[in-house]
Design a protein around this ligand. Structure first.
Ligand SMILES: [Fe+2]
Ligand SMILES: [Fe+2]
Length: 423
């Protein structure tokens, strides 16, 4: 599944989720504003004077959390899950065919020097050729490639996520339902993505593989944060978004490293092949969600708005190079690198949203919508423009401030420096 990258903004698209603890004390230990936009609390305020406000805020946050949980738990009602059960024959007919049989599938050996096919001398020569092609790829693209690979290698996390979804999960590990066969078949296809990228990286000689491997282990250990973890509506919207994001990221990488870019034809072919798989996966999840939009448009549009208000946080959000606590600081740096390298940008994020709005006919939804459903539709339809405006403003601010690039040593590439303008 998926690459990094979401929202390159520091705030999400609804209300501020600043925690009370973070609000009280800044990095330098002084009291800071709770929420700059609220104007309730200024930087000179003492901790004592803001304590009642923090208390009120905490209780409001708790209340919000309860309402949010009630909202997504309503998606586990028996009548909603029944919709999923009734969809199973349709999944058999329209979703499972999007998986390729093993016999027709590419394997990493098809895209890389294969000693079984080339013999010892031929293998050695092909490896030298691969290394020569990789020599021209610039460091910022190497870093993006590592993040793509680490995300793919964190695969154990993703089927666990799908198997948390009520009504579709593979309860025994070998269920015969169409849903369960899809989850296993999809994971089996995904497994080749990390393999092929990992092997290319190893052969190219351009990466500190031990550091990369440690990053993979950390990410699988730390997992990923998912909103509404058991709701199939929220889960499928998330994965549809993700698969398209991944296809775009691998596709952009293929273009940038290929013949008209850095000149690495082998890597371009690998990334392009992976991107084509992601497109098939995207088609599957988009179709599934399309059916849910037909069956229960109110539930579907509210779930989509729920997720977009919290941003689509990608699986790599907890990526950690071992030097930054919690991963988030490093993730923010990586997101800026990907944006400036052009492998995944704010425009891509926005384009995915616009595409899904079109695919699921969100703008045209009217019949059967509750008040909340109508508000969700209106929010979603206005969101792409809002994101673009935020991005333009952020860009203007950066230009005005004449921000200088920050040099970042990256251990995946032997601590060479990648310079990037941070937001
Ligand atoms: Fe995928
Ligand atoms: Fe993938």
């Amino acid at each position: 599944m998926a690459l990094a990258a979401t929202c390159l903004f520091s705030s999400c698209y609804c209300k501020t989720h600043t925690t009370a603890a973070a609000a009280l004390v800044g990095n330098d230990g002084t009291a800071v504003a709770i929420n700059r936009r609220s104007w309730r609390c200024r930087s000179m305020a003492t901790a004592a004077s803001i304590a009642p406000a923090v208390g009120r805020r905490r209780s409001a946050e708790k209340k919000d959390a309860v309402v949010e949980e009630e909202e997504w738990r309503s998606y586990l009602a028996p009548e909603r899950l029944e919709v999923l059960r009734q969809l199973e024959p349709w999944v058999e007919e329209h979703v499972l065919p999007l998986l390729k049989p093993v016999e027709a599938s590419w394997q990493p050996s098809d895209l890389l020097p294969d000693p079984a096919a080339l013999g010892s001398d031929g293998f050695h020569a092909a490896c030298l050729e691969l290394r020569a092609g990789a020599a021209g790829v610039p460091d910022n693209l190497l870093v993006c490639l590592v993040a793509n690979m680490v995300t793919e290698e964190a695969l154990p996390t993703y089927p666990s996520g799908l198997n948390r979804l009520e009504g579709v999960r593979d309860t025994t590990g070998a269920d015969a339902t169409a849903w369960a066969r899809w989850i296993r078949g999809w994971a089996a296809e995904e497994n080749r993505h990390g393999d092929v990228l990992n092997r290319y990286m190893h052969l190219s000689g351009r990466f500190d593989m031990r550091e990369v491997e440690r990053t993979v282990q950390r990410l699988i250990r730390d997992g990923m944060v998912v909103h509404a973890p058991a709701s199939p509506y929220h889960g499928f919207i998330y994965v549809a978004f993700q698969e398209r994001a991944t296809a775009i990221a691998h596709g952009n990488t293929a273009r940038l490293v290929g013949a008209s870019g850095a000149g690495d034809a082998t890597l371009a072919r690998i990334c392009g092949t992976v991107a084509a798989d992601e497109k098939r996966h995207e088609a599957a999840y988009t179709r599934i969600m399309g059916k849910l939009f037909e069956a229960d448009p109110d539930a579907a549009v509210r779930a989509m708005a729920y997720l977009m208000r919290r941003r689509i946080d990608m699986p790599t959000a907890l990526i950690n190079d071992g030097r930054h606590s919690g991963g988030t600081d490093f993730y923010a740096r990586f997101v800026a690198i990907a944006h400036q390298a052009g492998t995944y940008t704010v425009s891509d994020y926005c384009g995915i949203l616009e595409h899904l709005i079109r695919q699921w006919g969100v703008e045209e939804l009217a019949e059967g919508l509750s008040g909340e459903g109508s508000r969700a539709r209106d929010y979603l339809c206005a969101l792409p423009h809002k994101i673009q405006r935020m991005e333009e403003k952020a860009h203007d601010r950066a230009v005005k401030a004449q921000k200088k690039p920050t040099p970042i040593p990256i251990n995946w590439i032997f601590d060479r420096i990648v310079s990037v303008v941070l937001p």
